[in-house]
Design a binder for this molecule. Sequence first.
Ligand code: GLN
Length: 277
Amino acid sequence: MKKFGLKKVLAVGVACVMALSLAACGSSSSSSSSKKESTKSTGKSSGTLIVVTEPTFPPFDTTNDQGEIDGFDRDVMEAIAKDQGLKLEFKSMEFQSLVPAIQAGNADIIAAGMNAEDPERRKKVDFTDTYYDSGLVVMVKNDNNTIKSEDDLTTDMKVASQTGTTGADEANRLKDDGKIQEAVILDGFDTCILQLQNGDVDAIIIDKPVAENYMKQHEGQFKTVGKVLNAESYGFAVKKGNTKLLKKLNTGLKDIVKSGEFKKLCDKWGIDSKFDK
Ligand code: GLN
């Protein structure tokens, strides 16, 4: 009897683990199981929190030589987690899937260089205090002498940007206003770069620090032109109403700024600290 009991417990245990990992992956989980996962993982310091990102956005979000998610966002989240006693697991997905993953309860935190000041996003998720001030720029090939600013984009030109981003909003706006021929909306910044290199598009709209980081590492290929197009500030996002987790992240962020850990991570990734100005 004892033996049977143990087997039964094990079987139930295995079934639970399988159900949870399915829900965590968000692949074929039903809405009820993903809801279960969200109450289980969200905001509990004992459970592992799932952090999602789109890793073609260096130096904020990238992958290391082992293919693991890496970057300033990950390091900052890890430092906050250490400060607040949270356990994290990182997962990557397309940028446009990040907010839906939080809404569905398949993830707990977005750490993806995400503009926290976008009104549409603010209706769907809650953001922490912001940790980086950014803006969009136009990037072209180094030898391009026609495009000197956004105003030089014309109706025969194609402009690439990454799906679901503020850059894509800007490219789509240019198209809707009849200023360009096509807004080419692609999966990642890496694909945008490839298309610009190949001459498939004339320009990219991308976040300034990401453009600058790329240009530093690939000298002489590209340049940014004109003024910064907008002002945005990055924040981490959580499910709407998850004030418990939001408070922990905000406290952790304040703590690591105070301790100097945040500045250390800025230096490591070549990022200007907004708290040092
Ligand atoms: N900052 C931009 C946005 O919030 C792009 C972010 C990204 O590509 N990771 O939409």
